[in-house]
Design a protein around this ligand. Structure first.
Ligand SMILES: Nc1ncnc2c1ncn2[C@@H]1O[C@H](COP(=O)(O)OP(=O)(O)OP(=O)(O)O)[C@@H](O)[C@H]1O
Ligand SMILES: [Mg+2]
Length: 581
């Protein structure tokens, strides 16, 4: 490619709405152009990166035995009604009507359509296992699209779906994909971690996220530096403390804490450690009748240590919370506590309720909590003596750094990650909803066992940049760089030697199959170098007439602090060795 024919449009400044470095650099390097909130043009330079990501994913998916197909972006709603997702999914699902008033959705993922294909095409156990995948445009009307391609509304995903005859075979298919993902992410040259993720109602451990490590990542990932344990925050278990509950040595005392309604403020006022305070979260669960009306509500008091945060996924799994939960209303709080939030506690309740204590709270003694009277807290609170033992003790909280690793092999550390891939064992959730069966060896219909597997094709370049950049711009890993190498001739218009040498090297590299761009725009050296450093092409050869007089050109890797002089006669071999071609 010649730069004069290509489109290179770099910017000195990033737009004001770009918060993270990948978004800023993608905009400045001219890789993407914003069309609307979370909607971007993939400009020629950016599309080259996306195509390289796709090619690697496609190659490894094919190698793993998956079969590519393509499903429509705009899908009739009927299939989505079969699974109930047309109604159940929130506003993330973009619903549209055609000219006849028929409902359609813009696919955020494609379980329904692929299951419809499977139930028509896969009739016998002899046709299983099958894994269908596509690399296709997705739309999710994200509540907060941000960070450029990182969280777009329109984006490209590779989504794959496996179909198997039984759970054992399905789990084997899952493992094939999990292994293929490792292969894929290794090839991108990024630092990543595969972490156990919550698998919802299905249970088991068959859900993993592939997280690119980056300080700006939206996800907290938990790992044990001395073992192979890794999980996302939703999933990571906080073990029960090993130490037994201490003795009740303090008397229960009502203490004035005027205006102090948070654990932090109370701990500071009373000069006690934050981990001796307990916070009260009042939740409610509703029982609905067939028409969706609430027929009964139950109020729950969850107790967490003042320095801990509630984990909504764990809470959602408590017995009685299967149908979902919400925060209690002011009225519900008043009728059980006779007090407003900020001073609530489990001692002296106006009306009994279910008390669920976090594992850490259950072993506390002489603790501090709200006194159910505005501007007052209780100190010296003790289980058994001042209030009954909790109705239930459970893991309700997010782990924190330093907690014991659930595998017993050390302590936990926390870092940030960007979710670039997800593998998930689905079971028969969709096949049952859509009656997708095959005939087994005995001619009996059985529901297909499924798995689904996603990779964020357009999120990946953003994650790569978060991990690989410097003050000058992007530093692409070789595997996904828009161009592998740029030739920067200096004064090509003035010097016939430079022009000849540059064009010769360009022709030789093209012939060797190298993805090379020749910068024949006639830019001044400073501007030319700044562009390529911003764009992040990993290898550069600079050709100038001064060097050529001594028979030399310059080679510089984007990560090298300085250029290396190379005999002009050897440069082709030198560069080919660098690129391993
Ligand atoms: N809004 C988005 N923009 C870009 N990529 C996305 C977006 N949402 C999801 N992806 C990518 O698609 C992959 C598979 O989709 P999945 O349904 O698992 O996403 P998700 O868990 O909802 O993602 P997130 O938690 O980041 O919203 C994700 O691992 C991610 O790489
Ligand atoms: Mg996910």
């Amino acid at each position: 490619m010649k730069a004069s024919q290509f489109l290179i449009s770099t910017l000195k400044e990033a737009p004001a709405d770009a918060e993270v470095v990948s978004h800023k650099l993608m905009m400045r390097a001219g890789l993407i152009k914003k069309l609307g909130a979370g909607i971007y043009n993939y400009m020629p330079m950016g599309l080259r990166v996306i195509r390289k990501v796709e090619a690697i994913v496609r190659e490894e998916m094919n190698r793993a035995g998956a079969v590519e197909l393509s499903m429509p972006v705009v899908q009739p709603s009927e299939l989505w009604q079969e699974t109930g997702r047309f109604e159940k999914m929130g506003p993330e699902l973009l619903r549209i009507k055609d000219r006849h008033g028929r409902d359609f959705v813009v696919q955020p993922t494609s379980e329904e359509v692929v299951t419809d294909i499977a139930r028509q095409e896969l009739r016998s156990y002899k046709q299983l296992p099958k894994n269908f995948y596509q690399i296709q445009t997705k739309f999710r009307d994200e509540r907060r699209p941000r960070f450029g391609l990182m969280r777009g509304r329109e984006f490209i995903m590779k989504d794959a779906y496996s179909f198997d005859r039984n759970p054992t075979a399905a789990k084997a298919s899952y493992q094939v994909m999990a292994q293929a993902y490792r292969q894929i992410f290794d090839r991108f040259g990024l630092q990543y971690r595969a972490v156990a993720a919550d698998s919802g109602a299905i249970g088991g451990d068959l859900s993993e996220e592939f997280q690119v490590i980056a300080a700006t990542g939206e996800d907290a990932i938990v790992y044990c530096p001395t073992s192979s344990y890794a999980a996302n925050m939703e999933k990571a278990e906080a073990l029960a403390p090993v130490q037994a509950r201490g003795a009740a040595t303090q008397a229960l005392t009502q203490t004035a804490t005027p205006g102090k309604s948070t654990c932090e403020d109370v701990a500071a006022l009373l000069n006690v450690p934050l981990n001796s305070t307990v916070k009260s979260l009042v939740l409610a669960t509703d029982t609905l009748n067939d028409t969706g009306e609430v027929v009964k509500s139950q109020v729950w008091l969850l107790l967490l240590r003042g320095d801990h945060d509630m984990n909504e996924v764990k809470v959602g799994k408590l017995p009685g919370f299967e149908g979902g939960f919400r925060f209690a209303t002011a009225g519900e709080i008043d009728s059980h506590f006779g007090c407003k939030p900020g001073y609530l506690g489990p001692v002296n309740l106006k009306q009994p309720l279910q008390v669920v204590a976090d594992r850490d709270v259950a072993v506390m003694s002489n603790w501090v909590c709200g006194a159910n009277e505005v501007d007052f807290h209780n100190t010296g609170v003790n289980w058994g003596r001042d209030l009954p033992e909790p109705d239930l003790v459970a893991d309700l909280r997010n782990v924190v750094a330093g907690d014991a690793s659930p595998d017993g092999q050390g302590v936990l550390a926390i870092e940030r990650g960007i979710e670039v891939g997800h593998v998930f064992y689905l079971g028969t959730k969709y096949s049952q909803a859509m009656n997708a069966t095959f005939l087994d060896e005995n001619g009996k219909p059985q529901f297909m066992e499924m798995g689904c597997y996603g990779i964020g094709i357009t999120r990946l370049p953003a994650a790569a940049i978060e991990q690989n950049h410097d003050a000058k711009g992007i530093i692409w890993p070789d595997a996904i760089a828009p161009f592998s190498l740029v030739i920067c001739p200096i004064g090509m218009d003035r010097s016939a030697e430079v022009k000849t040498a540059a064009e010769q090297l360009y022709a030789d590299l093209m012939a060797a199959g190298v993805d090379v761009i020749l910068d024949d725009r006639g830019e001044r050296p400073g501007a030319m170098f700044a562009d390529w450093e911003l764009i992040g092409v990993p290898h550069r050869v600079t050709i100038g007439d001064k060097g050529l007089k001594d028979g030399l050109v310059e080679y510089q890797n984007r990560r090298d602090p300085e250029a290396t002089k190379v005999p002009a006669a050897d440069v082709l071999a030198f560069v080919k060795a660098k690129l391993s071609v």
